[in-house]
Design a protein around this ligand. Sequence first.
Ligand code: HEC
Ligand code: HEC
Length: 354
Amino acid sequence: MKTNKLSIIITAAALLLSTVVIDACKKDINPDAFTGGTPYLLIIPSGLPKMDIPANNPLTVEGVALGRKLFYDPILSANRTMSCASCHNQSYSFTDSNKQFSTGIDGIKGTRNAMNLVNLGFQKKFFWDGGAADLESQVIGPIQNPVEMHESLANAIHKLNTDSVYPGLFKKAFGGDTINTSMLMMAIAQFERTMISGNSKYDQYVRGVATLTAQELNGKQLFEDASKGDCTHCHVLGSTFSDFEFKNNGLDSIYTDPGRYKITLLASDSGKFKTPSLRNIALTAPYMHDGRFTTLQQCLDHYNTGFHYGAHLDPVLSTAVKGRMTAQDMTDIIAFLNTLTDTAFINNPAFKHP
Ligand code: HEC
Ligand code: HEC
């Protein structure tokens, strides 16, 4: 417990040193719902929204530390070889190390690109198709997925209950002598809520402690310009860099993966996927739900000339003129996107293997 407190103090101190304005505070702790453990002081850098933390799962020092341990522990996979971190590598903003598709424990590849785990606590729905309605329920997806950790929940819980250390750690975080699925979901969700990125060069620029080059500033302006990038329409400039809505950005007109449609069964949701945050985008190649593009230049080429006019294409793109961006415009937007890299996040000791 002491080390956890210490690491929070160190993280807080590190954030202070890098002149982050801290909007920390009591409002982020929910003492009313608090049932045990030590309240965790969540620090939200200025510029990011307030985080809605479910009243039945307040962050505690013990819960966050437990979630972090579980995130890195292969015990949750059937043959104990794969942890969440196997596919979500901190150095790549928690994506799978430049891989298009991740390989699960049985050597089988999935069909979607591992997602960037950044600022999850501000989002409402999870996975490319929004198939998980909250962070807690997202946790059990990869554990049970046959192309990922391929473990039954019953067995995962059994392994935790018969482990030498987990029963004691769960008891400290949630009380009770027997570990159950809810506790597992809650612990990992708590850790995920602490994975906050808000100290990129762009954030420092907004706080007035860093300057953007003329090219980066031009890229920012083109990102917003409705007759040029118009990226901000979906990847809202500032804060989370996403509307977290489901949009069809014209990758295909015939879909191998129908995206959001899989969940809602509404024809109008065909080919729609969650707008991903662009934070740390320089670190998360390849790109799109199926990792089809290996470079940011290919992404820009897609939005400039490559998008398909399908029936469900978002109106922002169906009315956009092809070829509206010059090569220089695209280079400048990429320079701006590079300012969204947060090296403090990918090196944050609080998110590393405990
Ligand atoms: C075999 C690789 C693999 C493993 C192991 C894995 N993930 Fe993932 N993760 C993915 C892929 C691929 C996606 C996208 C899945 C989709 O959209 O269908 C994803 C999506 C997610 C998302 C959604 C992010 C968002 O923005 O919506 C979260 C959160 C997440 N994983 C957390 C975890 C946790 C927690 C674990 C461990 C319990 C884990 N993952 C294990 C590959 C993996
Ligand atoms: C109509 C909404 C919309 C607009 C406008 C838009 N995007 Fe996207 N963007 C999306 C969606 C949705 C995805 C995910 C699509 C998928 O994977 O199927 C995405 C994916 C991306 C990705 C890949 C992210 C990742 O994690 O793989 C990048 C990079 C990107 N967009 C950059 C841009 C840039 C730069 C612009 C402006 C030139 C732009 N986008 C305009 C909705 C939009």
